[in-house]
Structure formats: C-alpha cells, structure tokens
Design a binder for this molecule. Structure first.
Ligand SMILES: C[S@@+](CC[C@H](N)C(=O)[O-])C[C@H]1O[C@@H](n2cnc3c(N)ncnc32)[C@H](O)[C@@H]1O
Length: 264
C-alpha cells in the first residue's frame, strides 16, 4: 500500500461511474478474493473455526460475506455455511467458485437489514467491519435480529473497527487488476462515520472508474456495541487473539473482535 500525492489521476481521464453493486463485486473478486490472499483466508477461517468450535453440521451465517472465502472454508470443515451479500454479481461469482471447488455452501444476494432466515444458526459472523452499513436504527436492530436468529447458546462473532481509535487512512493506492486502485478515506468524528471514495485507474491509464456515492460506514464505541449486545440478550467477550492475526488486540487498536453468546 503506497501513499499517493495529488496528480495521480491522468489529466485527460475518461470517467466511468459505477454503483456499489459493481464496486463490491469488483473489489471483493479482484482485491480481497485475489488468489494470493488464499493462505490468509485459510488462517482466518481456521482461527474462527477453532474459537467457535465449528465443525460438521454447525449452522453458520456470514453477514456481508464479501469474496466468500470464509463461508467456503468453513463449509469445507463440514459446516452448513450461508453467506449473505448485497452484490448479486458477487454472489453469483461466489456460488460459481464454490461449485468449482466442489464445496457445498449457500450464497444469498440480500440486504442484511431486510434479510430474514427461516432457521436458526449456531454461529453468526460479521467480519472485517461488515457492521455499520445501515442507519443508526438499522445497525442497532441488526444486533437484536442476530440474537433472535441464534439458537440458545449460539454465538455472534463480530470483528470491526470501532470509534474508540478511529483514524483517517488518508489517501492510498495499490496495484489492482492491471490498473491502480485509489481510495480517499476520511473520518468524521461528529457523525462517527468512515467515508471512502474509491477510484480505479484502468490499465489504459486514461479511464478512471468512480463510485456513484461514497461508502459511509458508521463506527461505534466498544462500549456502545457491548450495550447493544447485552440489550439483545447476548453476553459479549472481547478477544485479544482473533481472525488469525499475529498481533494481540489491545484497546489501542482500531480492530475489536467479540464472541457474544446468546443466553441459554
Ligand atoms: C468490509 S466488507 C467485508 C467483507 C467480508 N466480511 C470480509 O471479511 O472480507 C463489507 C461487505 O459487506 C457488504 N455489504 C454492505 N452492506 C450490505 C448490506 N446492506 N447487505 C449485505 N451486504 C452488505 C459489502 O458489499 C461488502 O462485501
């Protein structure tokens, strides 16, 4: 990841505007779901499986499942794994990849705020800051809903950036799909939102893809998230080791991960 300075964009650029349906598919397939990332995903899935005792027959729901690697890897361990993701093209891609690998996993194109499962789960996952995409009311109801969807003794595994140590990542760039991916990030402490404007300079160095609107993710304080969990009947426990990360997660980190157990 490199810091970039102004002047990165070609002067005679041809702009192409795409919605988040397109961006989620593009970024998750090409960036996070890049084959180079497979060992890292393997590490994440093994760590989650160990901490949650996921194995044959465990019912797992991943909300905002992105490139689907965790869903597929937990399914390979025998879990009945379901991923919910808003981008339909991404869901079609994940289902194709799973079929190609001979993995039985289910991917559903749905908005996680209106999605309603028809059976309860042992484990619900919300990984890598997939929490906070809704309005404040939606985000709060979301935790209550998850609690309702868990079996007694079931567990929510929530991994997210929090507002306690939020910082602006500024503007950074990375090579992507033969071109250059550029993100301008800012942190609004008043609204407690992280705002991201992505752009992709295509390999022709002239065409630049933009999003039709910035992505806005609401971050909460750790204490607020724990209050939401408790009021939903979940008992939160913060993890110091999570997601297969090499570092111990301290209160000074942006990342926080919980296992929150539903009362029996
Ligand atoms: C930060 S990414 C994390 C993806 C994945 N959990 C991971 O660990 O890499 C958030 C994901 O949530 C999806 N998403 C955002 N809002 C959503 C919504 N309302 N319903 C379903 N998925 C949503 C995005 O498309 C994106 O794939």
């Amino acid at each position: 990841m490199n810091n970039i300075s102004t002047g990165t964009f070609p002067p005679d650029q041809i702009p192409v505007i795409k919605d988040w349906n397109w961006w989620s598919d593009f970024l998750q397939r090409e960036y996070y779901g890049n084959p180079d990332e497979e060992p890292a995903w393997e590490n994440v899935a093994r760590s989650i499986a160990r901490q949650l005792n996921i194995g044959p027959g465990t019912d797992v729901l991943d909300l905002g499942s992105g490139c689907g690697e965790v869903v597929m890897r937990l399914a390979m361990l025998g879990a009945r794994a379901v991923g919910v993701e808003r981008s339909e093209p991404l869901v079609i891609h994940c289902a194709r990849i799973a079929a190609g690998r001979g993995v039985v996993a289910q991917f559903i194109a749905a908005d996680m705020f209106s999605f309603r499962p028809d059976a309860p789960f042992d484990v619900v996952l919300s990984l890598n800051t997939s929490f906070g995409y809704g309005s404040d009311q939606q985000n709060r109801e979301f935790i209550q809903n998850i609690s309702r969807w868990l079996k007694p003794g079931g567990k929510l595994y929530l991994d997210t950036f929090t507002a306690d140590n939020a910082e602006s990542f500024g503007t950074w760039s990375d090579p992507l799909a033969g071109g250059t991916f550029v993100v301008e990030n800012s942190w609004d402490p008043e609204q407690s939102t992280m705002i991201s404007h992505p752009a992709w300079i295509a390999p022709d160095q002239e065409t630049v893809y933009y999003a039709d609107r910035p992505e806005v993710v609401r971050l909460y304080l750790r204490q607020e998230i724990e209050e939401m969990m408790v009021s939903g009947g979940l008992k939160p426990q913060r993890l110091t080791r999570a997601m297969g990360r090499r570092f111990r997660q301290e209160d000074t980190d942006m990342h926080t991960t919980w296992i929150a157990e539903k009362e029996v």
